[in-house]
Design a protein around this ligand. Structure first.
Ligand code: FES
Length: 71
């Protein structure tokens, strides 16, 4: 199973990435404040955080648990 969008906001991680770049947004909190994604069920939050950190926009389900996210 591929994880590539915020279901609640009906927006792909690729489009979130593009919007974040256009608005100089670098955190999930800022994306939420702009109501772009991540404000409802929040299941996408760890993936969006990973996207912001790595630039990757498509993940295997569970990828957040397989990667070492230490800074
Ligand atoms: S999938 Fe992103 S808030 Fe629900």
């Amino acid at each position: 199973m591929v994880v590539e969008h915020c279901i609640c906001h009906k927006i792909t991680f690729k489009d979130i990435q593009k919007t974040a770049a256009e608005k100089s947004i670098s955190s999930v909190g800022e994306l939420q404040k702009e109501n772009i994604c991540c404000t409802n069920c929040k299941l996408c939050v760890p993936y969006v955080e990973l996207m912001l950190k790595t630039g990757v926009t498509t993940f295997e389900a569970g990828a957040i648990y397989a990667l070492n996210l230490d800074p």
